[in-house]
Write a protein that binds this ligand. Structure first.
Ligand code: ADP
Length: 323
């Protein structure tokens, strides 16, 4: 369900029936969505779903085969130059001048723009001031990624595109990067990111689009997606490494299936029942505890992982592959 758009602030990106084919391959098959001012918008989906192709058409790096896309009110087909001047792009595998310092790298990009931001301001915003004189090659992965964001930011873009911004980072570096991205959105930058981390979507994104095989399966606020497709709450019958994994056909599974709005198995062999009603979930949980013998059974709030499982049928793996 798309939120009523009259209640939202201005639209920064408008995509209508966008298509891209490579010979016989249809990479993007009629995608439509909007990105609103100052929000963090996530494109999620498995490897090969068409995320990169979609984003690269918005960045004016690839030409659409059909449909339309406008960034900041300008058409990607005819106004590429103006769009490129107003956006920042941080690719996933990001490299820069290894032997230059953080500050020198940011300065170098700043010089390309007439109206660039002050380098020190940008370094402060990304919490990079104390590493400003360190050579890029000596930095950790998290600091390198943040240097990339600083370089994309120094031109004062209205829209920042981040491709898998925290892939490969440890949890602390990931959290620090999320904090910085959130601060950018708070001060008015619209952020479009691609990711396969459902936790990243929950922590960071206001809205998300789930892309599967070149089409959008769902686009909405993260909380609406979870409510609509994740179920408000889950009852999870754990496999716990046992050989007799729970299934929808055994006694426990039948109870769960009868009460839940939907059930599915996870990659770990757990059996999950989705509930919209917390009280009903609680009742089923208690009943399963009475009748489930020594099975481990949990009551868990639903999240984006459940949305992905429900719509895509499996969880995304690092790198975006479906497992
Ligand atoms: P994602 O970013 O979601 O992993 P991509 O946009 O990279 O997906 O790819 C979508 C589909 O388009 C895939 O099947 C991919 O193999 C194909 N594809 C992407 N780029 C090209 C290209 N330059 N030439 C031919 N096929 C491509």
């Amino acid at each position: 369900m798309t939120p009523p758009q009259t209640e939202r602030s201005g639209s920064v990106i408008e995509v209508a029936d966008l298509q891209k084919t490579y010979g016989e391959t249809t990479a993007v098959d009629g995608v439509s969505f909007e990105v609103f001012e100052e929000e963090i918008f996530a494109l999620v989906g498995p490897n090969g779903a068409g995320k990169t192709t979609t984003v690269e058409m918005l960045e004016c790096l690839r030409t659409p085969s059909g449909g339309s896309a406008a960034v900041l009110g300008r058409d990607v087909g005819t106004d590429a130059r103006a769009i490129k001047a107003d956006i920042g792009v941080v690719p996933q595998s990001f490299h820069t001048f290894e032997r230059l310092t953080v500050r020198e790298n940011v300065e170098l990009i700043g010089q390309l723009y007439d109206d660039s931001l002050a380098v020190e301001t940008v370094l402060d915003e990304l919490d990079l001031a104390e590493w400003a004189d360190r050579r890029f090659e000596t930095l950790s992965g998290g600091l390198q990624r943040r240097t990339g964001i600083a370089m994309a930011l120094v031109g004062d873009p209205a829209v920042l595109f981040l491709d898998e911004p925290t892939t490969g980072l440890d949890p602390d570096a990931r959290r620090a990067t999320w904090d910085r991205i959130e601060a950018l959105a708070d001060r008015g930058t619209t952020v479009v990111l691609t990711t396969h981390y459902m936790e990243e979507v929950e922590q960071l994104a206001d809205r998300a689009a789930l892309l599967l095989e070149g089409t959008i399966e769902a686009v909405d606020t993260v909380s609406n997606l979870i409510e609509r497709y994740g179920g408000a709450i889950k009852v999870v019958v754990r496999a716990d490494g046992r050989r007799d994994e729970p299934t929808a056909d055994d006694a426990i599974g039948e109870i769960l299936a009868a009460d839940a709005i939907d059930t599915y198995g996870t990659d770990e062999g757990d059996l999950v029942g989705l509930f919209e009603d917390r009280e009903r979930a609680q009742e089923t949980f208690s009943r399963l505890h009475r009748e489930g013998g020594d099975r481990a059974i949990d009551l868990v709030s639903a999240g984006m992982e459940d949305v992905f499982l429900r719509l895509a049928g499996s969880t995304p793996e690092p790198g975006g592959d479906l497992s």
